[in-house]
Write a protein that binds this ligand. Structure first.
Ligand code: FES
Length: 113
């Protein structure tokens, strides 16, 4: 585990994806109340930023072709994407959001970015 600073919790709107870079890795953060989840911010279909999309039923919807990705597992719920996106561990300490991008929690391969 190697948590690195991502942003302040106060800078994350509720249920709206936000793109940050953590140690040079693009990450899509989604806040729900005081909980924050993180997935790799590159769609596994055609490399679009997931943070450009919306949150639909606990998943982030890619704004390019509409695949939705479960925020807990990274798995696509809808086509055209068929490959999971990496998910990352997040912790919130004293209002600071930190993400561990060293190893995806779901074992998904990290695409080049
Ligand atoms: S680029 Fe995301 S669904 Fe096509």
């Amino acid at each position: 585990m190697a948590f690195a600073p991502a942003t302040a919790l106060a800078d994350l709107p509720d249920a709206a994806p936000v793109r940050v870079e953590v140690d040079g890795v693009p990450v899509c953060l989604v806040r729900t109340g005081d909980a924050v989840r993180a997935v790799h911010d590159v769609c596994s279909h055609q490399r679009w930023s997931l943070a450009d999309g919306e949150i639909v039923d606990g998943a982030v919807e890619c704004s390019l072709h509409g695949s939705t990705f479960d925020l807990d597992t990274g798995r696509p719920r809808t086509l055209p994407a068929v490959t999971p996106v990496p998910t990352y561990a997040v912790r919130v300490t004293d209002g600071r959001v930190e993400v561990d991008v060293a190893g995806p929690t779901n074992g998904a391969a990290v695409p080049a970015h």
